[in-house]
Design a protein around this ligand. Structure first.
Ligand SMILES: *Cc1c(COP(=O)(O)O)cnc(C)c1O
Length: 411
């Protein structure tokens, strides 16, 4: 057995045996039979476990790890992660239900996101979930519901900081944003939280996603902790929860390098003593979605037809953009780049060629690989899209063209 080296992603860890990809210790061809056909997503349980262990190894012991489940809300994945991490971050009533079905204690579940509906707030308060408040209006609504239910809602303030996370794939803070409460308005809100008698837990400061630069994350951690200690001066109760966000990225494209976890961990070791001294009751939380699951997932589809048009080879498959929008390049990418794609049952192959892998949709956007080198494939061969465990199926327009929805398995 040797580790596969897809040309531009020398870091993909799935083993290969007899030129066939192994997921969760099962050869891909056999897995297809077990699942009952293609297309499907498979997530490798052990890879998720190892990823959490790796984070624990490099981050200080007193950092709490949360899973932001929108990255992959498959119930089996969430169940598995619930036994490994310290909390779950949810963003809707659906995610609340999935999280509450796990072993996770409700006060370790936090609920973020703008536009929370009354029924979602009622559910969160009744369950005892911590609500990361995104606005003053939401705060007033929470207080009203708490009174009606005779409960004291646990709340944290999501802060829109006055800085940005540099080099982030998706900026979610700094300047004018729909997320959180502008830092300068937080002191007034803290006073009001005291008046309303809400159970103030602390702050949530999330500043971005898909960041591969340790230095940028280190800077964000430092600024986030400084801002939290500053805002805590106006808090009605001691800060018990400090969610400093995540934003840890994974490599997808040629030239991407792995995040330097060790550097991030060391920086936190240096920053924590001051925080512990000033906010001795605060649990410091890092919330990660993509980083926990992205590399454990593979999307698998089958070649239906090998088609040649004016000298170019197209592999027409039973998978596509409707299942995996991100791999098609239409989920937040500015310039389309190929995900790591290979022929799963012929990883090296005898012959290799440059092909485009397309789906069955009637749009040229339905492209899983554009002019990419891989083993020469025929109808019946299996295409595997790696790095597909996060923002895959549930971030895709599955209803578009009314094909059946693919299956997901945790192996
Ligand atoms: C989406 C989101 C995350 C997860 O981001 P990743 O880039 O997947 O790690 C974490 N926290 C909040 C508040 C989010 O909205």
């Amino acid at each position: 057995m040797k580790a596969i080296l897809p040309q531009h992603l020398s870091l993909t860890q799935f083993p290969v045996q007899n030129d066939c990809l192994q997921i969760g210790g099962v050869a891909l061809e056999r897995l297809v039979e077990r699942v009952g056909g293609t297309p499907f997503y498979a997530y490798d349980r052990k890879k998720i476990t190892e990823r959490v262990a790796q984070l624990r190894q490099y981050l200080p012991n007193d950092i709490y790890l949360h899973y932001a489940m929108k990255a992959n809300p498959m119930p089996a994945v969430v169940q598995h992660l619930a036994s490994l991490v310290d909390g779950i971050d949810v963003a809707s009533i659906g995610e609340i239900r999935t999280a509450l079905d796990t072993v996770m204690a409700p006060d370790r579940i936090s609920f973020a996101g703008p536009g929370k509906k009354e029924l979602e707030l009622v559910s969160a308060i009744a369950a005892g979930i911590v609500i990361n408040m995104e606005s003053e209006q939401e705060m007033e609504c929470i207080a009203r519901i708490g009174k009606k239910l005779g409960l004291c809602p646990k709340v944290a303030v999501r802060v829109n900081p006055d800085f940005e996370l540099k080099s982030s794939g998706m900026k979610m803070s700094g300047g004018a944003k729909q997320f959180g409460v502008d830092a300068e308005r937080v002191p007034e809100m803290l006073t009001r939280i005291g008046e309303l008698g809400l159970n103030f837990m602390g702050f949530h400061i999330f500043s971005g996603s898909q960041n591969l630069k340790a230095s940028a994350i280190q800077e964000a951690h430092e600024k986030t902790l400084q801002l939290s200690m500053h805002l805590a001066n106006d808090a009605p109760m001691p800060v018990r929860l400090l969610n400093i966000g995540g934003g840890f990225g994974v490599p997808y494209f040629p030239g991407d390098t792995r995040l330097d976890l060790e550097a991030i961990g060391k920086n936190l070791y240096n920053l924590l003593p001051e925080v512990k001294q000033k906010l001795p009751e605060a649990k410091i939380v890092i919330e990660l979605g993509r980083y926990l699951v992205a590399e454990a997932g593979v999307y698998v589809c089958r070649v239906l037809e090998r088609k040649i048009s004016r000298g170019k080879v197209f592999l027409v498959t039973d998978g596509g953009l409707h299942h995996h929008l991100a791999a098609s390049g239409n989920f937040g990418q500015v310039i389309r780049k190929n995900y790591p794609v290979l022929v799963g049952n012929k990883v090296e192959g005898k012959e290799r060629e440059v092909v485009s892998v397309v789906g069955p949709l009637c749009t040229p956007l339905d492209l899983l690989a554009d002019q990419m080198e891989m083993a020469k494939a025929e109808a019946g061969d299996l295409i595997a899209v790696l790095q597909s465990g996060a923002y895959g199926l549930t971030a895709s327009p599955t209803s578009f063209l009314s094909h059946p929805v693919p299956i997901e398995v945790l192996v």
